[in-house]
Design a protein around this ligand. Sequence first.
Ligand code: IPE
Ligand code: IPE
Ligand code: MG
Length: 247
Amino acid sequence: MLQFRRKKAEKAREIDTQNLPRHIGIIMDGNGRWAQQRSLPRSAGHAQGAETFRTIANYCKDIGIEYLTVYAFSTENWKRPKDEVDAIMGLLEKYLYEAIERMERDRVKMKFFGDVSVLSPKLLALIERTSEISTHYSGCQVNICLNYGGRDEILRAAQSYAEEYARGEVGELSEQALSDRLFSAGVPDPDLILRPGGEKRLSNFLMWQSAYSELYFSDILWPDFKTSDLDEAIIWYQARSRRYGGI
Ligand code: IPE
Ligand code: IPE
Ligand code: MG
């Protein structure tokens, strides 16, 4: 009886497809701890995390999310041991190879936020190819943050503006002018930012763009994160009252 009641309660908690966040940001955290709990190398956690990313990205596309931005590798993640960094880069290569094959079918558009110029030539070529194919599609846009830091992004935008200013090409700096020079130029700010993995911080993710984002934290480690957990986050989001400083 209790079980029946619980099932019914679960069923009542469905996402309202008329009020979806246009843009979801995800800080994919907890891969290392997931592996540790199983006495596996951290790289196994990253591999499982990549699987979760595939599942969640597909789900976002299916339910009609317009933009998904995921934090895959931060400007600070270079501090990790070389073998872990190599494992993450290897998984990215694998992911991009497969994504290129599937893009036509999935019609997703992929973009990269961050300074990718320092990545390996192989990864760079895959990124270029993916970006090129993406120009043909207008479906769900997946932004992958790679060697990305929110402060670095703002700094680069300011620097580029300063150079244009020095050449006399632009006038006074404005919020719009700065936004236009971020990696996210043209993308609406994230409505909902999710951080699985138990930590309650942004760790340099979308510092400028998150000004009015709803922040959802979950203790579930990213490799364990399910589409039903995303539903729960969206349902939570749909109950928020977004005031943007008004009443
Ligand atoms: C997130 O998982 C993936 C990256 C930062 C690349 P972590 O590797 O940070 O996992 P934890 O936080 O150590 O568990
Ligand atoms: C944030 O996670 C970066 C990514 C998920 C790519 P971290 O694990 O690097 O963040 P901290 O160190 O816990 O703040
Ligand atoms: Mg972490």
